[in-house]
Design a protein. Structure first.
Lengths: 314, 463
């Protein structure tokens, strides 16, 4: 009896302690974050670490052995004039893409928002139409544009221009036009994403701010400049970062549309990385280019964070 | 009552689900009974799309749907019966073995195969493009004990597939590049003769462009092999005996500059339009030819049959006999050079190591592709060119009705294969870039050649 009386409170204390530990554990963010952290570690962090380690080697698919070469791969990239040319092409492509994606996305979002607020017809059709381009994989978009831009009467665009007495225009065989073609095709596809982001951002702006601005005598431009833009700033930041990453990492569309040519006129970093790793089978060199792209993305994100000054709002 | 209804509904749902699964499994069973997949029983055909042989011991093999022995599944149905005969003969001789066949998507096939070979887990055998062979030297197993009369192969075959006396791949057919020309157009502008030299080509090409509403001459700028004959005909060599690139030697660099200079002349004189830089698909040139936009182009030997005579695409407005206007000739050369042509084709290789019965069975399967009778039968049916000289000589083995086969055999005498070294892939991609840079005016021949030489050497010397 005495034993039972002693065991009872002990068991209760144990249960109470276990409950307390469980409560504290559940109050802690770790158990809730753990599944995501595990997934990130296995599918993101580990491959990233592997890529960084591989970039210090001369690993190749056509050799059974590899050696540690330190910063050799990076030194080679730094002294390679073609790599600098690819950086230039990538820069032009990414900068043009970011500007066009953001501007066109904003214009489309404002137009649709205006249509919705005025009860105009067709805004849903417009949204769906634009989004369709975003749903289609980049490789398909590239192939579709490639067929459209064929440089004889078989190409839809040149056929149309021919009826107007223009062309044929060397969309893919002229180095400058080839780069312009990739930028246009990329913008055609990617604008939908920025549009949907901005449209979502516009819905969150309280109407009372516009009403107050109207009361203060602000015209359309001033309302856009002093109400819409500041309220959209966090969305603008996120969209610009994501579009920049998307543009810098574009591979599939350019691969299908121009293959990096003519010559190397449209060879961007992501395509170069693919060719090094999977055509020349130089995995170490491909990994070094991937690391350069990663660092570039991180640096640009830092620059945007500084320029947009949205640290507190995120 | 409510509970009973819900229980009944669940039961019905389970019954419907069970019936669906059973139906699905029955469908799978039907497929198995057709011999299309899975394990086999005594009633199975000897050869099916995904299985050759009916034995219990499994071998694995990768190939393309071009090479399936089942007509309904084949991208080359005319050749399927020849392959069926060949595989049935193997299966009858190896009743204990069964080859499970997979057909990987072409785009990733080589990469995946190379990765699995590097991991030590390749299939027991695989079809390989002849230009892949060099990348697989380390993993391919010798076939010398299984392939007879190795000296009967054309020299370029032995150069590519043999290392240190070991035959590492069975090159089952080949093809070559040649000049396709419109006989009716050249009747008007060159007394019916195809141009033999670069100078003749430039002259007759300009005459055609000035007087006809068509382009004079085009080539596939995205493929090195279609354009290497310009370099080889100028006396150039890509590699030395050790496999090291030798483009920086004076004679080779000069040959490279000459080849690129010729291409620049073609574009600057208007004989070839600049848009040749955007030509990627080999079918694009005969398509332009059929449409009456092109007088001459460099194409593959099989295109006369595939893209000009028996066109799959809809060209209803083009009469059937118009392909006869197209003739073939050697690719033009420099005035003081020799004719050459690039040769390609596909091979078969064995990866299974050791002397086990399984390894022997796979090697015998691979070797069958290059037995004279099987090779002749297959090449005749598929309008391809044999890699054994004796097969050409024996009309019982090989007597195709495809046009111009005699001419193609002549061209093969000038055949040069891609060097079977890993550095070739860099040479090829750099050559394509150099050509496109010259065509689009981004570079002159001297600069393009220097850049190419520097890049190839840097790649070769990289740690």
């Amino acid at each position: 009896m005495t034993r039972v009386a002693t065991a009872g409170p002990t068991a209760e204390r144990l249960v109470e302690r276990a409950g307390s530990v469980a409560r504290r554990l559940l109050d802690h963010p770790l158990p809730w974050l753990a599944p995501t952290l595990v997934v990130l570690a296995v599918f993101q962090l580990y491959p990233m670490v592997e890529a960084v380690l591989m970039s210090f080697t001369n690993e190749s698919l056509v050799r059974t052995e590899s050696e540690f070469v330190g910063l050799g791969q990076y030194a080679r990239l730094a002294t390679d004039p073609q790599f600098r040319e690819m950086l230039r092409v990538t820069g032009i492509y990414a900068f043009s893409s970011v500007v066009l994606h953001v501007l066109l996305g904003l214009v489309l979002a404002l137009a649709i928002d205006y249509g919705v607020r005025r009860g105009l017809r067709g805004h849903l059709t417009t949204r769906v139409s634009v989004l369709l381009a975003w749903i289609v994989p980049g490789i398909i978009i590239g192939l579709v544009w490639k067929v459209m831009l064929v440089e004889n009467r078989f190409g839809a665009v040149n056929h149309f221009l021919g009826t107007l007495g223009i062309g044929p225009v060397p969309f893919r065989s002229d180095p400058t036009l080839a780069l312009v073609s990739t930028i246009v095709a990329g913008t055609w596809r990617g604008t939908a994403f920025s549009m949907i982001m901005f449209y979502g951002g516009l819905q969150r702006i309280p109407q009372r701010l516009y009403e107050a601005a109207r009361v203060d005598g602000a015209g359309r431009w001033n309302r856009f400049r002093h109400v819409t833009l500041p309220q959209l700033k966090p969305v603008l930041f996120v969209t610009t970062v994501l579009v920049t990453i998307y543009a810098l990492n574009t591979f599939d569309l350019i691969f299908a549309l121009t293959g990096g040519g003519p010559g190397r006129a449209t060879q961007v970093l992501a395509l170069f990385m693919y060719q090094e790793a999977f055509q020349d089978y130089a995995l170490g060199r491909g990994a070094a280019i991937a690391v350069v792209m990663l660092v570039t993305n991180l640096l640009l994100t830092g620059v945007y964070l500084y320029l947009f000054d949205v640290g507190d709002e995120l | 009552m409510t509970k009973g209804k819900r229980s009944l509904t669940r039961r019905k749902a389970l019954l419907v689900g069970g019936a669906t699964v059973a139906g699905g499994l029955a469908g799978c069973q039907d497929e198995t009974e057709d011999g299309e997949s899975g394990q086999s029983d005594g009633s199975d055909p000897l050869v099916a799309h995904e299985r050759f042989g009916t034995g219990d011991a499994e071998l694995t093999y990768q190939t393309s749907t071009f090479y399936t022995p089942v007509e309904a599944e084949s991208d080359q149905p005319a050749a399927a019966p020849a392959l069926r005969t060949q595989h049935e003969a193997w299966a009858e001789n190896h009743p204990d073995y069964r080859i499970d066949v997979s057909y990987p998507a072409f785009g990733q096939w080589k990469d995946n195969l190379l990765t699995s070979a590097a991991e030590g887990n390749p299939p027991d055998g695989s079809t390989l493009d002849s230009q892949w062979v060099a990348d697989f030297y380390e993993y391919l197993q010798p076939l010398n004990d299984y392939v007879e009369d190795i000296d009967d192969f054309f020299p370029f075959v032995r150069e590519t597939t043999m290392r240190d006396g070991d035959l590492l791949a069975a090159w089952k057919y080949t093809g070559c590049r040649c000049l396709y020309y419109r006989q009716d157009v050249l009747d008007t502008y060159n007394d019916g003769d195809p141009p033999e030299t670069w100078e003749e080509l430039l002259t007759v090409g300009q005459d055609i462009v000035e007087s006809e509403d068509m382009d004079g001459y085009m080539f596939q700028s995205s493929t090195a092999l279609a354009n290497l004959p310009y370099f080889w005909s100028s006396g150039g060599e890509l590699l030395d005996d050790e496999g090291a690139p030798v483009l920086d030697r004076d004679a080779n660099r000069r040959a490279l500059v000459d080849a690129l200079g010729f291409i620049q002349d073609l574009v600057e004189t208007g004989v070839t339009p600049q848009r040749v830089a955007s030509i990627e698909e080999v079918e694009a040139l005969p398509r332009e030819g059929r449409a009456g936009n092109l007088a001459m182009f460099v194409g593959n030997n099989d295109q006369i049959e595939r893209n000009l005579k028996n066109v799959v695409e809809d060209d209803d407005d083009i009469p059937d006999d118009r392909w006869e206007r197209w003739r073939v000739a050697r690719i033009p050369r420099p005035a003081d050079g020799e004719h050459t042509t690039g040769v390609g084709g596909w091979t078969e290789g064995a990866f299974r190591e050791g002397d086990s019965d399984g390894a022997a069975a796979m090697k015998e399967f691979i070797a069958k592709f290059v037995e004279p009778e099987a090779m002749g039968r297959y090449c005749e049916a598929a309008a391809l060119l044999p890699t054994r000289e004796s097969v050409f000589d024996d009309s019982d083995l090989y007597d195709p009705d495809s046009p111009y086969q005699d001419r193609f055999r002549e061209f093969l005498q000038d055949g040069v294969a891609r060097p079977a070294r890993p550095i070739y892939s860099t040479i090829a991609s750099e050559y394509v870039v150099a050509i496109q840079d010259v065509v689009t005016g981004q570079s002159d021949p001297e600069s393009a050649a220097d850049t190419m030489v520097a890049n190839v050497n840097e790649e070769y010397e990289a740690p």
